[in-house]
Unconditional design. Structure first.
Length: 475
């Protein structure tokens, strides 16, 4: 009797392996999606326990200890982990992507990330093309589905003979309304240090035909526009510009536009607090704190005050530390930002955990925020992603104001941030491994063959829906 083993052998041959580098807060849905689609998944993390937790209950997911900053681990990446994989997804901080990407190119292994295309990654474009390697970047939520949902509309406008005259794209990860219970209106659903560092970015954009360049004072100064009221959640969100919007004029091929702005949504209170924390000096990542001397947050605040804001009031014993800080910042002690300084504990006797890594003012602030239970999601609390694009499209016979809106909440099993970051890159990986993507080199999800199936699957299978609203107006 001859056993028909061809089908069994075919399944073994077809079972492809995806190497996921990193096991952070947004990686769970990505790992589960790929495992449930039948891929073998290797989760490689500096903290093995995190990788093990992500692999729980998944027979085809395997945890590995991996630290890209250790030479012997990089050697293993090159000799074993990448050669044994069909695709690599890097969820590491962006500065580490090129190290892994170069190894992937050498072994002709496809490479995907959710991060912005850095200059170091762009330099790998020709090498990737020469080796037939697909390198999808900016395939999370922001950047990621912001590109996809916007270009679906933009390409439709262009197919109908129109062009984009104005485009703004604002996105934010926030507590859903019932979980919005701290004065900053924010909770951490990704790396806290990354959140704070992102606040230091300058902003460049185009508005009414003029290039605008803003530092943090302007970015968080409420000058971008009025708060946006969302009827679906019954709350207002303030908006501020994010990074450099100008490259996306070319990327989106909207060269006739007079306005191009990409930005961030936050609940009211965040911007003024960040503006003043930056102005005061608490986002300083260069000054090193002395680990040999115990230091309270009140003492650290006093030191920053004296070093950064020499003022005759600094030595006025009739004024409290909070009053002297407010004076140095030209604020009233009852202003929202000053009340939030106090709520955070910047005047407290709590000791700065310098010996645990809080060795700069930035890291001290990060540690203090992490110590606040209200800045974490409780077990029954959920986050949400709010995204909105606004376009003005010009046609020969008139114009259209178009609005694209996404409001999606976290589920019982995953945060909205994790789902909207992890699922798009997971779907993109499947499309790449199924041979659906023909382009090679450095790519963004800016072409229909990539963005249409991702958006369709997000809507149909995960209820992550972008709603487009069209309104005809006079030209």
């Amino acid at each position: 009797i001859m056993l028909n083993t061809n089908k069994y052998l075919s399944n073994i041959i077809m079972a492809k392996t995806v190497l996921v580098l990193g096991a952070g807060l947004v990686t769970g849905p990505l790992v589960h999606y790929l495992a449930e689609k039948g891929y073998n998944v290797i989760v490689a993390s500096r903290t093995l326990a995190k990788a093990e937790k992500l692999c729980e209950g998944l027979d085809n997911a395997k945890p590995e200890e991996f630290d890209i900053e250790k030479e012997e681990h990089v050697e293993r990446l090159e000799s074993e982990l990448v050669p044994g994989s069909d695709a690599v997804i890097s969820m590491l901080p962006y500065i580490f992507h090129p190290v892994a990407a170069k190894i992937a190119i050498k072994h002709k292994t496809h490479f995907l990330t959710t991060s912005y295309v850095s200059p170091a990654m762009q330099e790998l474009d020709e090498s990737a093309k020469a080796n037939g390697v697909i390198m999808v970047n900016e395939c999370g939520v922001d950047p990621g589905t912001d590109h996809m949902s916007a270009l679906r509309v933009i390409h439709d406008v262009q197919k109908r003979g129109g062009y984009i005259d104005s485009f703004t794209s604002i996105c934010g990860g926030l507590p859903e309304p019932s979980a919005n219970n701290n004065p900053l209106g924010y909770k951490f659903s990704w790396a806290p240090r990354g959140v704070l560092l992102a606040s230091l970015n300058q902003a460049t954009f185009l508005r009414d035909g003029e290039e605008v360049n803003w530092g943090s004072d302007d970015v968080f100064g409420g000058k971008l526009g009025d708060p946006v009221f969302f009827e679906e959640i019954g709350l207002e969100c303030e908006q501020y510009p994010n990074r450099n919007s100008l490259p996306y004029i070319d990327i989106y091929k909207i060269n006739k536009t007079r306005t191009a702005i990409r930005g961030t949504f936050r609940y009211k209170g965040w911007s003024t607090t960040l503006k003043n924390l930056i102005k005061f000096g608490y986002l300083d990542k260069e000054t090193t704190l002395d680990s040999n001397n115990a230091l309270t947050y009140a003492q650290l605040t006093e030191n920053i005050l004296n070093n950064n804001h020499p003022n005759e009031n600094n030595n006025n014993n009739d004024l409290s530390l909070a009053e002297r800080v407010a004076s140095a910042l030209g604020a009233d002690i009852k202003d929202t930002a000053m009340l939030n300084f106090n709520w955070l504990g910047l005047y407290s006797d709590e000791v700065v955990p310098v010996d645990q890594g809080a060795n700069t003012p930035l890291d001290a602030l990060c540690s203090l925020m992490l110590s606040k239970p209200e800045m974490h999601y409780a077990e029954n609390e959920k986050d949400m992603i709010v995204m909105q694009h606004k376009y003005k499209a010009i046609f020969e016979d008139g114009a259209e104001n178009i609005t694209t809106t996404l409001i999606t909440m976290g589920t019982d099993t995953a945060s909205a941030m994790a789902r909207t970051v992890g699922l798009p890159v997971a779907i993109a990986t499947r499309l790449v491994l199924e041979g659906k993507i023909e382009q090679t080199g450095i790519l963004r999800p800016t072409f229909p063959e990539l963005y249409n199936p991702i958006l369709d699957e997000l809507e149909n299978d995960f209820n992550i829906v972008f709603n487009d609203k069209y309104e005809k107006v006079s030209n």
